[in-house]
Design a protein around this ligand. Structure first.
Ligand code: FAD
Length: 425
């Protein structure tokens, strides 16, 4: 059968950034990408589509246009792994061999975990910026809502771009404030979590906006049901003693961030950890049990913020370590857990959260230019003008924009030394 030097699962942010990064380092490398979609999405733009700033066409390109020419593209979905045989199984049963496998299929949005939700998406005032097709409906609803109750929900972690549920809300409130209708709308943020944002340093600036907009903050409120016809949402509310009860809330507008999980073909595979995610070394991004497999992006179990910003830093680390593994060498490049979440607190201003493992702040810019813990105009320009350009023209093309990988100074730990062969820990 066919055998590629490097086989990549997923042609999203992570898969194509690694392909680009590998080709910059070694232009003649034999690389294949397995990706079923004909479109490639710039998902970070969907918040701005929902806020009426971008047209959704700015967030999509034909896959054929972003897939590097030198790459062999299999327009098919991966269905399983045979790591002992160094083979990937496609949905039609075809097997593709590899020397090194890179796994980056993103995560799965679990709409069906909430009874009634799927049926009413895009109708009855129910929307979500998490879908390309629905983000424009968010903006329609924001414009047509002049009174009543607007609910914005956030499910249990992990989710991609943990700030996105509240970004949608702040941009809505900003519009309503400008239209002088905010005082007629009860805005509520219902989050399954116990805090407004996971990294405490950013909470004060966000709380200022919660107060300014008059938002009711409902912590430990987990959406468990939607009745679109009655325009009613059901929440499981947990109190400080851990007791829970169900509460119904009628709404005029409901913005849902769906629960999220690892793709089924990952969680059912030998590559998964106990929670179903791809089991990676948090520094080298090598699989913990299979030395010829690497991974990155939302499907990974590394405890960073699941963002394209994280992928931008992970891709060169994976590329560097994949090339070493092809030469039989242990991984040497390390990822520090960087992720970023530009919180659009109003039209024209952003609280730029940038942090690594353990919630350690990792600002890109000196504080006199951008103080991440304060709303910033420059950070908005970055998000609206610069970052989309960086994504399409630098990240996907393997140009490292402030993302060159750190190299390990110490010699690799013993288990890292068997880079090019499978091993069990
Ligand atoms: P994706 O980019 O989702 O790509 C996964 C690819 O794998 C897809 O092309 C998919 O078709 C493919 N695939 C799936 N299953 C299979 C299979 N079985 N076989 C082969 N291929 C498969 N990030 C930021 O940095 N900043 C932001 O402001 C930001 N805002 C966001 C707002 C919203 C509303 C959303 C939804 C996301 C946001 N993100 C943001 C997160 C960012 O988009 C993701 O973290 C990033 O795209 C992850 O890259 P990935 O390659 O892991 O997954």
């Amino acid at each position: 059968g066919v055998r590629h030097d490097v086989l990549i699962v997923g042609g999203g942010a992570g898969g194509l950034a690694v392909a680009g990064s590998l080709l910059r380092r070694q232009p003649d490398l034999d690389i294949a990408v397995v990706e079923p979609r004909t479109e490639h999405y710039y998902q970070p733009g969907w918040t701005l589509v929902g806020g009426g700033v971008f047209d959704r066409r700015q967030t999509v390109r034909p896959m054929a246009d972003v897939m590097p020419e030198q790459v062999k593209w299999y327009p098919s979905a991966a269905a399983g792994f045979e790591p002992e045989q160094q083979q990937l199984v496609l949905e039609d049963g075809e097997r593709i061999g590899y020397r090194i496998l890179v796994v980056a299929p993103g995560l799965a949005l679990d709409w069906d975990a909430i009874p009634g939700l799927r049926d009413t998406l895009g109708r009855n005032g129910v929307t979500s910026n998490y879908l390309f097709d629905l983000a424009p409906y968010t903006w329609e609803l924001i414009q047509s809502t002049r009174g009543g109750r607007a609910l914005f929900t956030q499910p249990p972690m992990p989710i991609k771009c943990a700030g996105a549920p509240q970004k949608a809300m702040y941009l809505a409130c900003d519009h309503w404030a400008r239209q002088q209708s905010l005082k007629y709308i009860d805005v509520e943020f219902c989050t399954a979590g116990a805090a407004l944002f996971g990294v405490a340093d950013y909470v004060p600036a966000l709380m200022d906006y919660v107060q300014k907009y008059g938002i009711k903050l409902n912590l430990q409120h987990n959406l468990v049901g939607v009745d679109g016809g009655r325009r009613c949402a059901t929440f499981k509310v947990t109190d400080t003693e851990g007791h829970s009860r169900e509460v119904e809330k009628p709404f005029d507008m409901l913005h849902v961030c769906p629960p999220q999980k690892a793709p089924a073909f990952i969680s059912a595979s030998p590559l998964a950890d106990a929670a179903g995610w791809l089991e990676l070394d948090p520094e080298t991004l090598q699989h913990k049990r299979f030395g010829d497999i690497f991974g990155l992006g939302d499907a990974g179990n590394t405890p960073n913020a699941k963002t394209a910003a994280a992928v931008r830093k992970q891709a060169p680390v994976v590329a560097e370590n994949v090339l070493r593994a092809l030469r039989g060498e242990a991984p040497r490049a390390v990822y520090d857990g960087y992720g970023s979440c530009p919180l659009t607190v109003e039209r024209g201003k952003i609280v730029l959260a940038e942090f690594g493992y353990g919630g350690k702040l990792q600002p890109t810019f000196p504080t006199w230019l951008v103080e991440g813990r304060q709303p910033s105009r420059l950070a908005w320009l970055l998000k609206e003008k610069l970052l989309p350009w960086v994504y399409w023209n630098a990240m996907l093309k393997g140009r490292e924009w402030l993302a060159g990988p750190q190299l390990l100074a110490h010699s690799p730990a013993p288990h890292e030394a068997s880079a090019a062969c499978n091993f069990e820990e």
